[in-house]
Design a protein around this ligand. Structure first.
Ligand code: SF4
Length: 440
């Protein structure tokens, strides 16, 4: 019998990578993924709890799965399973609650339990994630159906920023051995992929956990630069104090490492940064962004901002706004502060009223759009290389591609261009996220 599975994923790139690995293993074991509205034999919900909203959305996804798959085995995993186990036990219809440390074992467990009697009350296996010391590799090397697949090379975080729940749900920083990273990139390359996106929970901590000496992210990127055969390597967000001069200079001289940096600032006010336990100042952040822009003028610089940290005054918000306004930032990701039980900041006084958070987020997002429009305008009329995605743009049915510096380009062209690196000319901005290109 061909069993049917469904995976619902919430949250970050790392969660998405882990879900894709579970799906790929089940497919390679003869299972089929169920189409929407088709009932499944198993539903895995890979949850997120980074904000209250994410926890609420995780509960909604679980209840939805139970309602639309009354005969399925319901397996809940992810950060909410790790940190919200007691709350999840209250939801009737869940069969398994599996902690972050054992997520990679779910595929085999499903193969051995499918068809057996489903437990009346949930089987709860949630080991203390803080005890994890070794990076757990996924059971498959290649997964997902992305043109630009994610590759998780690091897990966990040692930083304990005062507002963040992640270290409590993902444990301490652990890294994939460098030779394994290179081997997996070569597997993607020989499978025809042109770009891989390196991801992790705290990428800047890569290699610091290796017993035999420290191996920084820079050394890994240098190794990839020198020894891998893939065309492009993009890396997801890196903390400002870990984006070192040598990494920026390596990207500046590389044709492989994408000139795209995503850097969490969170606040541009030093008092707030201290309360957040972020180890840098607004001035240091400014210097880093200016250095990147001088070294790589075409680089995309994306910035995360957290609005409404407890006690944040209008002036302190203004300091963040002004800092970003003055810097050559390309786009913003703006997040409203969300109190997370168990984090130090959840006990801090003077919560910022929701109306003020809303207003500040609106102002910051408007600034973000202006920054992005300015960034796009720098490239109109220029020839750029894009990687054409497998999926066409849903709205226009045009081909969709992405430059190394993270510009999404729509163009008219044949399917034969899919998954190829081509040179096109950018002719005009379509909206705040895309630019129109033409073949030349
Ligand atoms: S660096 Fe800070 S914000 Fe990022 S995952 Fe770690 S604790 Fe959370």
């Amino acid at each position: 019998m061909k069993y049917k599975y469904k995976i619902t994923t919430l949250g970050c790139k790392v969660n998405q990578f882990e879900s894709e690995a579970i799906g790929r293993f089940l497919e390679e074991s003869g299972w089929g993924s169920s189409v929407p509205d088709e009932e499944s034999d198993v539903v895995v919900i890979n949850t997120c709890t980074v904000t209250q909203k994410a926890s609420m959305q995780s509960r909604q996804a679980i209840r939805q799965a139970i309602r639309s798959n009354p005969n399925a085995r319901i397996v809940v995993t992810g950060c909410y399973a790790q940190n919200g186990t007691e709350e999840l036990k209250q939801i009737k219809g869940i069969h398994d609650i599996i902690g972050s440390a054992l997520k990679h074992r779910i595929p085999q467990a499903l193969l051995s339990t499918i068809g057996s009697q489903k437990p009346e009350s949930p089987i709860v296996i949630v080991p203390d994630i803080g005890r994890e010391e070794i990076f757990k590799q996924t059971i498959v090397d290649i997964s997902g159906d992305r043109t630009r697949p994610f590759l998780k090379i690091q897990d966990g975080c040692d930083a304990f920023c005062t507002y963040c729940i992640v270290p409590y749900t993902r444990g301490r920083s652990r890294s994939m051995p460098a030779e394994d990273v290179l081997r997996k990139i070569e597997l993607f390359s020989s499978a025809g992929y042109k770009e891989v996106v390196l991801t992790g929970i705290h990428l800047g901590c890569y290699g610091r956990d290796f017993p035999t000496g420290k191996n920084s992210l820079f050394k890994l990127l240098k190794m990839i630069e020198d020894r891998s055969s893939i065309d492009r390597v993009r890396f997801s967000s890196i903390e400002p104090h870990e984006l070192t001069t040598d990494i920026v200079e390596l990207v500046a001289s590389s044709a492989k490492l994408c000139n795209h940096f995503h850097i969490p600032l969170q606040s541009g006010d030093d008092t707030i940064l201290k309360k957040m336990k972020r180890p840098y100042t607004g001035e240091q952040f400014g210097k880093l962004i200016s250095f990147i822009h001088q070294s790589i003028p075409d680089a995309a610089i994306g910035v995360d901002v957290l609005i409404g940290f407890p006690g944040e005054t209008r002036n302190e918000f203004q300091n963040t706004y002004q800092l970003i306004q003055e810097l050559p930032v390309s786009y913003l990701h703006v997040f409203p502060y969300s109190s997370r039980k168990g984090t130090p900041a959840a006990r801090y006084p003077n919560p910022v009223p929701q109306a003020a958070i809303k207003e500040r987020c609106r102002d910051m997002r408007e600034l973000g759009i202006r920054k992005k429009n300015l960034f796009f305008q720098n490239f109109i009329g220029r020839n750029m290389v894009i990687l054409v995605e497998e999926a066409r743009d849903k709205k226009t049915n045009l081909l969709k591609g992405i430059t190394a510096n993270y510009i999404t380009v729509l163009l008219d062209g044949p399917d034969s261009l899919k998954n190829s690196l081509i040179s096109i000319q950018l002719i005009e901005q379509i909206d705040s996220t895309t630019v129109l290109g033409i073949l030349h």
